[in-house]
Design a protein around this ligand. Sequence first.
Ligand code: DGJ
Length: 740
Amino acid sequence: MNIFYHESSGTFHLQNDFISYIIKRLPNGQLGQLYFGKAIRDRESFDHLVEMNHRPMTAYVFEGNKKFSLDHIKQEYPSYGTTDFRHPAVEIVQPNGSRITDFVYVSHTISAGKPKLENLPATYTEQDDEAQTITFLLHDGLLDVDLELNYTLFADKPALARSARFINKGSLDLHLTHAMSLSLDLPDCDYEFVHFSGAWSRERHMKVRKLEMGIQSVESTRGTSSHNHNPFVVLKRPETTEFSGEAIGFSLVYSGNFLAQAEVDTWGTTRLTMGINPFQFDWKLTPGESFQTPEAVMVYSTTGLNGMSQVYHKLYQKRLARGYWRDRPRPILINNWEATYFDFTEDKLVTIAEAAKNDGVELFVLDDGWFGARCNDFAGLGDWVANTDRLARGITGLAERIDALGMKFGLWFEPEMVNMDSDLFRAHPDWRICTPNRRVSHGRNQYVLDYSRKEVVDYIYGMMAKILSEAKVSYIKWDMNRCITEAFSAALPADQQGELFHRYILGVYDLYDRLTTNFPQVLFESCASGGGRFDPGLLYYAPQGWASDDSDAIERLKIQYGTSMCYPISSIGAHVSVVPNHQVFRVTPIATRANVAHFGTFGYELDLNKLTEEERKQVREQIKFMKKYREVIQFGTFYRLISPFDNANFTAWMVVSEDQKTALVGYYKILNEVNGPYHRVKLCGLNPDMQYTVDGDASHYGDELMNLGLLTTDGAAGELTPEDRKSVDFDSRIFVLHAQ
Ligand code: DGJ
């Protein structure tokens, strides 16, 4: 890894074994982008890569240089309106109404490691030799504003983290309306734009569309990163597959409103910008103040989508997630939500926990309904004090009973919300987000607390910290069940209302930060009506997230496949629930429900007492299996093999241990076939020279399993299950491979 600076040509070359990223000081003093891709050798000058010529009939040239127009120059952090007509990375509204800026290079510093971002989640290094950071200082002389552009190159990965920081050194009140985390200009547009979109209960479905001239984008305007779109997109070549070809991932470490936009101009270049959504964003930058953008992480792969995902998995697992649970296999849990909803007593909960303990579950999680007047979803949010009608000795009493069973205890909170029927709302009606004299929309009968106000965060922290200090709580599920409407803060002046969405998320991060700092051994699982805020920002605090409220095994194939594009298996909350399933009413075998949930953090969302003895036997086996293999599943190398988005009837994926001696292949069939063909799946990541047994039987060399494939059905009956029964619809199997 090295960051070269060639003074004679004003060129910076960020290079490691995998990638090169080349920047140049342009004749106008701004920074130009010359190359991002597979590593190339360094040289003194790459000036021949600057595409300067202005086009016929394009009269827009910089004064004094007829050969220089930003109209088609690739830039690092572009602004609009000085011969570039594409969407910018930066826009600042000035007291006289002008939005024109001119940030020119002043200096740069290169340092080992990676500096922390102020009040924001970000990737990090533990040793200085893991990464190098270059910070460019740019300056707009008229406004007297500094702009720092930060680039961190990781030593052992094709990954680059970027962010920007503005410092108002002058005397003007300025308004930042665009402050993107990254802008990347690519020399062509032969890409497909891949995004992960959906809605509640069908999050992160993979969508692929060809880039065309004009703008294509995904965004959130809801105050959360959202169920609808994820702050992660990929530009891939049309021929790129899961296993080969070029792909560039763009991931924003942020949990609020975002924009990921690809703009193709009419000369066939592509500009990818990513950051806080400029829509509704307006940050007042007063003299002496600074503004730090969130971080965006780009990964470049020549080994297809799997290669790209594996880089994100390792980076986010080891250098974004933090703390006690980062490297630890996750406890197998039981959650009472789908088992009881609001209808529970303490004894009923303990009965559920007892059965779970008996079968090997390690953690009991009490979901919604334990606090205040919360017997349905009309009341109680905001009052984080146990309801003693339900729990006679409060959370402490229940936690002791669970502890006496030999289980850990976990608790649900929805700390950002308030019901009108709550003591909190009665005491502080102005703490909810709403616009004065306008109708206030509720979502699930609840309102969003104004987390841009420190006193609100302080108050909620106080209530949560009290419970965590008094009771033995090892796990918190942090839920968030509506998005923000009528955005307005009673605490902000008129010219700062455009800051609310970002200040809200900073408040959420602040609460997470205080809780994780003061209760470092508590495992946090993020949640937002399932996967409504499944993003890298929250992974920094909560190493796992409930991926979706849809717990149907077949629906989960797409959700977990799409989620795995960016997020590691150790972060994907996945549970076995009852049938008929509560979301889609489908009946699937309990083996398949577990075979899908095994590729996640694993747990149960039902009352085991209600299962048959045969099902309980299977549950005990599933838990034993998970305990044996969770280290490999959650921390091994994950490969997607057959996509549910491409193949209507089969899905397959696998994990391989670091020493390549253990591999688990998950194979899932939707509908049964009659007299079907033999099916094989080509495996990945094995050692070609090792001999592997499959489910303890006959051995095959790794090269055979990777090049010819693993036989997954026997052809005649389409048999999948190892047990003595006929294959059924929604059947599945996990093949266990061991090298001798
Ligand atoms: C939505 C979550 O996604 C569910 O798992 C559950 O916790 C409910 N909220 C409780 O209200």
